[in-house]
Design a binder for this molecule. Structure first.
Ligand SMILES: [Zn+2]
Length: 124
């Protein structure tokens, strides 16, 4: 399950951040999933529950936010894919420029980013 290894990295990164700030507890995390990451939200959520069990982020509320992908074409087009494009199906991405119909390249939306971590830190 690809989601599990991605989530494992995210959880590691959160823990690292939490340790740096000497957090006592993680209350919530916002994670952005790019349109082209091919990561399932349900699987991500499940992976988080497994990975967070017994840690300070066990009760954290996880929010997933979808971010739009962006493609670029030789004709100068840069932007979203046409809505009819069904990129999520199949393992090979065939990207078509909505403007000229040519082959486009992905330039955005492949990231999985931790956008926000809410944690309880000790009073300074
Ligand atoms: Zn084009």
């Amino acid at each position: 399950m690809h989601e599990f290894s991605v989530m494992s990295q995210i959880v590691d990164a959160i823990m690292e951040e939490a340790e740096k700030r000497e957090a006592k507890k993680i209350e919530g995390v916002t994670i952005e999933l790019g349109e082209f990451t091919m990561l399932g939200e349900e699987q991500m959520r499940f992976s988080f529950e497994v990975l967070a069990k017994g840690t300070m982020m066990e009760d954290a509320a996880v929010v997933f936010r979808r971010t739009d992908g962006e493609i670029e074409c030789a004709c100068g087009y840069r932007g979203a894919m046409s809505p009819s494009e069904d990129a999520a199906h199949g393992s090979t991405l065939i990207l078509e420029c909505p403007k000229c119909g040519g082959a486009a390249t992905i330039v955005g939306g492949r990231e999985c980013v931790i956008r926000d971590i809410r944690m309880v830190v000790p009073d300074v």
